[in-house]
Design a protein around this ligand. Structure first.
Ligand SMILES: [Zn+2]
Length: 548
């Protein structure tokens, strides 16, 4: 009798008649497993935050304790950014923002204002400049910064994070003189430190305190949720970053689900193998991130043939084949997934070969990832699908890089560049993201570029290499199911399906009914994670827009 009573009570508690939340009258849209657009109008969510089922238009509604009327608004699964830098996003948002500066003079003016507004700051740090957007297209110099701030160290990162410019005070503090040689894989040009040379300056910057890091992470989460991003492949994560995520998890403030890729082998001394999911599937260390080359903008991408606009250079090769194999093998032997940055065609070929070799040792189910996979030699492209490699790509890099890439390489060598549709045709899995803060974490310009190969202003007309356009279903798939799969998380996130988390967003327009330029300007109204509203648009506010 006692047993029966308990069983009855338990069944009443679990019964949808007495609990659960029904989100009704929604214009629900998601990509199905075949990358087709699927429609639904209701979502039944359990009290523990998981999807019980989707409801179509004419299906009878089950009784639920709470009914939320979506009022016909468009409901999408939470977007998952396959490759972003979470702490940098928050840190940059608190630092001097140089995104969109149109000249050296504008950079200098913003630096002057920021220095005046932060008189007690010992080191001034900023990021986001891109000399390609300036009339002279020349790197800034130490002297350019000295002219504005002569007395305190100033360090300003380029938009792609692959170069920084330092003033004389920063170089003095770092012990860098005119005699200092750039390390292999790096360069020093008048106060600009490229790739491996950045370390010469960065090592002198005082480490942020725990409070600084908590503040930066809170800021990053707020920005991400405001753009409808509920999951992230957290790239290049340091131990300090990891500990910050853990503190947030312990405090119950972790809302964005993080699939963590540790930076190199060092953190493995503390985290020797992938962790289980923590904090209700909000945090997991799953992989290790390596680099094969630099970036195209700073001519650090490693190319098979010299740069069209620097005929003596093929970029920065960061590892010999044997070295890269050995690094990757060490991480793979610990059970980690691998995510390797490769931008140039030579770097991509090297990483593909490395993964082919690793498949021989570990089999083909480890989901090795190439981060960016931007410039691929057409001859190498089919090898990506054959080796079961995941292409983790960023559609807004294509629209931002297009003109620069043409200058660096010429159109002929770009036939298999940013080649999303060709990548899918090889059988490769595609995961979309932004590489924030390199680009804004806003997923909608990316979805728009994905279907149009055009920027937010519709350039170029007809789209850049338009055969690489995706359908809306394919683009949504890459931004949800694809990036979940890329993080071994497709059993819990990436789609609104029974048993998966109710991570979803309400937006102000229907992506199936607007053109690409309007899609890019989609605004998120509400963001829900695990069946709970964690962000909503304040009546006239907008999330911090960066980079677009
Ligand atoms: Zn990155």
């Amino acid at each position: 009798m006692h047993k029966t009573f308990i069983a009855l009570a338990a069944s009443l508690l679990a019964s949808p008649t007495f609990a659960d939340t029904l989100i009704d009258h929604a214009n629900g849209i998601q990509a199905d497993v075949q990358s087709q657009v699927e429609h639904f109008s209701g979502l039944l969510v359990s009290d523990d935050g998981k999807v019980i089922r989707l409801l179509r238009d004419r299906e009878p509604r089950p009784h639920a304790a709470t009914v939320i009327d979506a009022g016909g608004r468009t409901l999408l699964p939470g977007m998952i950014d396959g490759h972003g830098h979470v702490m940098e996003l928050g840190r940059d948002a608190l630092q001097l923002d140089l995104v969109g500066t149109r000249s050296l003079a504008e950079l200098q003016q913003r630096l002057r204002d920021y220095a005046a507004a932060h008189p007690d700051m010992k080191w001034i740090q900023g990021a986001g400049w891109n000399q390609e957007l300036w009339p002279a297209k020349k790197f800034p110099t130490a002297a350019d910064l000295d002219a504005v701030v002569p007395d305190r160290p100033v360090v300003l990162e380029r938009v792609d994070g692959h170069a920084l410019v330092a003033n004389s005070a920063a170089m003095r503090a770092a012990g860098v003189t005119s005699q200092t040689q750039a390390p292999a894989g790096g360069e020093i040009i008048d106060g600009v430190f490229v790739d491996n040379a950045k370390h010469l300056i960065n090592r002198a910057i005082p480490a942020p305190t725990q409070a600084d890091m908590d503040q930066a992470f809170a800021k990053a989460q707020q920005i991400l949720l405001g753009f409808g991003v509920t999951g992230v492949g957290s790239m290049s994560t340091s131990l300090d970053d990891w500990n910050t995520f853990r503190r947030s998890g312990e405090a119950g403030t972790l809302n964005v689900r993080l699939m963590v890729y540790l930076l190199g082998l060092d953190p493995l001394k503390t985290i020797p193998q992938p962790t289980p999911w923590l904090y209700n599937d909000r945090l997991r260390a799953i992989g290790v991130k390596f680099f094969a080359d630099g970036a195209l903008g700073s001519r650090g991408a490693w190319l098979k043939q010299p740069y069209s606009d620097a005929p003596n250079s093929t970029g920065n090769r960061l590892h010999s084949d044997a070295e890269l194999r050995s690094l990757e093998d060490s991480a793979a032997a610990h059970g980690f997934q691998l995510a390797t940055h490769a931008i140039g065609d030579a770097a991509n070929a090297q990483v593909i070969s490395t993964y082919e070799w690793l498949n021989g040792r570990y089999g083909t189910s480890r989901r090795w990832r190439i981060e960016h996979a931007q410039i691929v030699d057409c001859a190498d492209l089919p090898r990506i699908g054959r080796a079961h490699i995941i292409a983790s790509m960023q559609p807004t890099h294509q629209t931002s890089d297009r003109l620069m890439a043409e200058k660096r390489m010429g159109l002929d060598r770009l036939k298999c560049a940013y080649a999303w549709q060709s990548m899918l045709k090889t059988g490769a899995k595609l995961a979309f993201g932004t590489d924030f803060p390199v680009e804004s974490p806003n997923p909608f310009p990316g979805l728009s570029a994905g279907i149009s190969r055009q920027d937010m202003n519709g350039q170029p007309p007809g789209g850049w290499f338009p055969a690489e356009r995706l359908s809306l279903g394919q683009a949504l798939h890459a931004y949800t199911r694809g990036s979940a799969y890329a993080g071994f998380a497709e059993d819990r996130i990436g789609a609104l399906e029974p048993g998966k988390w109710a991570d979803f967003i309400l937006v102000d327009r229907d992506p199936t009914k607007v053109d690409a330029q309007a899609l890019a300007r989609t605004q998120v109204l509400e963001t829900w994670v695990g069946g709970k509203k964690v962000w909503s648009r304040a009546p006239s506010a907008s999330p911090a827009e960066r980079g677009q």
